[in-house]
Design a protein around this ligand. Sequence first.
Ligand SMILES: NC(=O)c1ccc[n+]([C@@H]2O[C@H](COP(=O)([O-])OP(=O)(O)OC[C@H]3O[C@@H](n4cnc5c(N)ncnc54)[C@H](OP(=O)(O)O)[C@@H]3O)[C@@H](O)[C@H]2O)c1
Length: 248
Amino acid sequence: MNYKLPTMDDRLRVIIIGASGGIGKALVKNLDNSNQVDKIYALSRYPEKSNSNKIITEKLDLSNEDSIQSTSAKLLNTGKFDLCIIATGLLQDKEITPEKNMKSLKISSFNKSFLINTIGPALIAKHFIPLLRNDKKAVFAAISARVGSISDNKIGGWYAYRASKAALNMVIKCLSIEVSRKSKNQIILGLHPGTVDTNLSKPFQKNVPKERLFSSDYSALKLLNVINVATVNESGSLLAWDGSVISF
Ligand SMILES: NC(=O)c1ccc[n+]([C@@H]2O[C@H](COP(=O)([O-])OP(=O)(O)OC[C@H]3O[C@@H](n4cnc5c(N)ncnc54)[C@H](OP(=O)(O)O)[C@@H]3O)[C@@H](O)[C@H]2O)c1
């Protein structure tokens, strides 16, 4: 499908960080199919060469500032960017599992969740927001999660993941305020992709009704719609896949 973002430049230069993940891969694929997109820098820990002449793959490990900085330095002289999306994130791995109760809380789970979900994206903002254009609409978006909303939390649990996404939402808000002092065209967004069928959600899909479990393609296209519609008035907000504002 030739996807279009009519509110943005007609020769889009895009950066997707976390291009190996479920949602990240779908964003790269759908942008690659768009005639409007000129170049996509697809960044991940273990990049593989792409067959598309639009896609340039580079290595980036968001747990290491040197890696973030050296990749940003490589992109700096290629020209300004219209869009940068962080599609990385961690809910569980071999070492950490989302906590059902306070008995399960561990320093290591908080450390790792905050490193990947909050600190990494904040340092990416430090090194990648300066790559955005300033003369026309440009968007820096980080995929957060509805479960990071404190006011929306009705069932508890998932302490480290929820807390790290709540902290990410605060980082996004701070960035939007700082950026607005210098630019009328740069928009900073937190995005909630819905519940999406990816490796991250696989172990937790049992109780999700079929119609509420999105494919990564569906979610990616919805998120691109939200980015297209967003204006500086929404900068600093957490927006859901359908464009609704999720209160913090
Ligand atoms: N799926 C859902 O239902 C859902 C719901 C709400 C919010 N989200 C959020 O959506 C975002 C994308 O999640 P997803 O569902 O697409 O998950 P996913 O398929 O597990 O993708 C996660 C991505 O994060 C990357 N990553 C992890 N640690 C990294 C590091 N140190 N450096 C660089 N990249 C790293 C992974 O790269 P590797 O391949 O190198 O591991 C992978 O590309 C996350 O922020 C998640 O919290 C997802």
